[in-house]
Design a protein around this ligand. Sequence first.
Ligand code: SF4
Ligand code: SF4
Length: 291
Amino acid sequence: MKIAVASGKGGTGKTFIATNLFFSLTGQGYNTGLIDCDAEAPNAAAFFNLTEVSRTNVAQLVPVIDTEKCTWCGKCHEYCNYNAIFYLPHIKLINVIEELCHGCGACSFACDSGAISEKPESLGNVVSYSYQNKTIVAEAVMNPGVMSPVPVIKKAISLAGNDREVIIMDSPPGTSCPFIQTVATADYIILVTEPTPFGLSDLKQSVDTLRTIGKDFGVIINRAGLGSKDIYTWLESENIRLLLEVPFKKETARIYSTGSLVADHDRFFMMQLMSVYKHIEEQYGDSSNQR
Ligand code: SF4
Ligand code: SF4
């Protein structure tokens, strides 16, 4: 089964939960994969001793316009929904703004005069690592200046394959396209938040989005004990399952800040994460059949 670990904003502990859950599952013998879908700032791999096994370039086709063949009909400009074709016919100027291009191919389709060809443009890479010689960690890394990491995320998810008992996906923060792309492929989503007004506000947005697209989810409150009780009242009023509270502890922050896994030092925390997983597996998964 695929579990996405997500949050409405960065810094709430999403990668903390994703990496420790992956570590706990692997330690308990599950055939697990970890995909870092946070392509703008991937850092899950930093918590493990990994060996790089492959690096796959992800490219999209962008148009190239031959002004010698162009008849200045303007159709490509009209067809482009992303305003990626800069078109000033009165001074015979036409250009593709590659940063805005989504590679949809509509302009090539529209052009009757053969003035548009296509070239591949790199969007980023998917780096695959092996962990303990068996499990996989795939990291989506988008190039600077690229408009959308979605094609790189899609590739990372596809490269992780479907032959794992469990795949943990560290989702991009927010609720825009990269988040949707990640959670759309998940069987269950763990939303990580913190008990502050900002945490609650971002959580509400994430919940709205997941309800709109019909995805099941539960909540982990990180740094519990800080902030207020408002988030608990809201979860109860919305009938949303609270999966786990991770109390704010200096020792936890210290271990995490050194790039170590808290579950490797704290067996109780590992067991808590395993019981969260067991609940999800019982309710939503079928991986128990494969063990
Ligand atoms: S490929 Fe699509 S997005 Fe890119 S310039 Fe052409 S129409 Fe616009
Ligand atoms: S559709 Fe083709 S011919 Fe027309 S303006 Fe665009 S490039 Fe030129």
